[in-house]
Design a binder for this molecule. Structure first.
Ligand SMILES: *Cc1c(COP(=O)(O)O)cnc(C)c1O
Length: 370
């Protein structure tokens, strides 16, 4: 077996305009790129302050105990391995096997796998169906009364339609019924302003490689201080060690990149209004081409879902079949729609300048006209 092939890994399409929702919010800042190389060696973060445990390094301590709680509107923050692991950490700590939990039907699949790993029964709050797929906060209330769930989860926004349900209204419902409430914010934290406290949630989760301009795999978990004893319960053998996080999930290179990008991330959420204006303009232009945007309208988030019948019709006759769209876009310097998708696809406009988005619209138009 030739092992040499592993040595020079290269990215495809790296310099194209990338519309992949998974990737638009994770691009490193210039500073984070430098830090990535500086701290690329395993456990190099220990060199920040030789001799100290990571949580005792003053810069890291301040970042986790002050900067992140303020950013998330939370009392306590822990670094997690990613959004899915954080969702599991909360489920595992605050529920018992066999409990029922309530989640929105637009949830990420990892919400379900986390619940399965924690041996929970999941009840889904349905969405409104075509074309908006809305989650109605009020719909939780009846199901809370019916199932007495151990916790409720709201995906804000969801990763299919980019819908932003009324999270605050659900916060009031959760308080009224005294049920723990988790905001699954992988596409919110780091992109848009969001405050766990204002929403009235008990927990908030972000995915740093997805939306906080960080290398993976890392995320943030914010919580209300009333959960401290349960979430941060300690080992019997090692009285300082937090069991749920197996000591610490803060270990590698990713935290260095998360910290280096953070000043820019904290700043960029203030430009959210501009991002929303841009996405609404983009959606209108795409609809002029005969595509249909599903989800909230007017849209309030950069993640868009399009039903694209005109492209689907072309794919039925094209020599490259359903892969034609990917190739035609690539020829025009655009990537991020999954190869083979034409009937419907997701794209994100986050952080992409309007001129480049105009180029994208022109490209779609050209492909249609051809
Ligand atoms: C991407 C995503 C996740 C998973 O995030 P990871 O950090 O990769 O675990 C979970 N929930 C939602 C809503 C997502 O969009």
């Amino acid at each position: 077996m030739n092992l040499k092939k592993y040595e020079n890994l290269k990215r495809e399409n790296k310099d194209l305009i990338n519309l992949n929702p998974l990737q638009t919010g994770g691009k490193l800042t210039g500073n984070a790129k430098k830090v990535l190389v500086e701290f690329g060696d395993g456990y190099a973060v220990y060199d920040l302050s030789p001799g100290l445990e990571l949580m005792e390094v003053p810069l890291i301590k301040e970042f986790i105990n002050e900067a992140l709680p303020k950013f998330l509107g939370a009392d306590i923050v822990r670094i997690i391995l990613g959004a899915r692991e954080g969702i599991f950490n909360v489920m595992h700590s605050i529920t018992k096997p066999g409990d029922t939990i309530l989640v929105d039907a637009n949830r990420h699949y990892t919400t379900i796998t986390a619940a399965e790993r924690a041996n929970l029964t999941v009840v889904e709050v349905p969405n409104s169906g075509e074309p908006e797929y809305k989650i109605n906060a009020e719909d939780y209330e009846y199901l809370i009364k019916k199932h007495k769930p151990a916790m409720i989860l709201l995906t804000y926004p969801d990763g299919n339609y980019g819908n932003l349900p009324d999270a605050k209204k659900l916060g009031a419902i959760a308080k009224r019924h005294q049920v723990p409430y988790l905001i699954s914010g992988a596409y919110a934290v780091g992109r848009m302003p969001i405050s766990m406290r204002e929403i009235g949630a008990d927990f908030i989760i972000g995915s740093s490689q997805k939306s906080m301009a960080s290398s993976g795999s890392i995320g943030v978990l914010g919580m209300d201080k009333k959960w401290e004893k349960i979430m941060l319960r300690k080992s019997k053998r090692y009285p300082k060690i937090e069991i749920e996080f197996l000591g610490s999930e803060l270990r590698g290179t990713a935290i260095a990149t998360l910290m280096a990008s953070f000043p820019a991330v904290a700043e960029r959420v203030n430009n959210w209004g501009k991002e929303v204006e841009k996405v609404q303009w983009f959606s209108k232009e795409m609809e002029k081409l005969g595509l249909k945007q599903a989800g909230d309208k007017p849209h309030k988030h950069d993640l868009l879902f399009f039903k694209a019948d005109p492209f689907y019709k072309i794919s039925l006759k094209h020599s490259r079949g359903r892969f034609f769209l990917y190739h035609e876009l690539k020829k025009r310097g655009i990537t991020g729609i999954k190869p083979g998708l034409t009937k419907h696809f997701k794209i994100s406009t986050y952080g992409i300048p309007k001129e480049k988005l105009q180029h994208v619209i022109n490209a779609f138009k050209e492909i249609l006209d051809k």
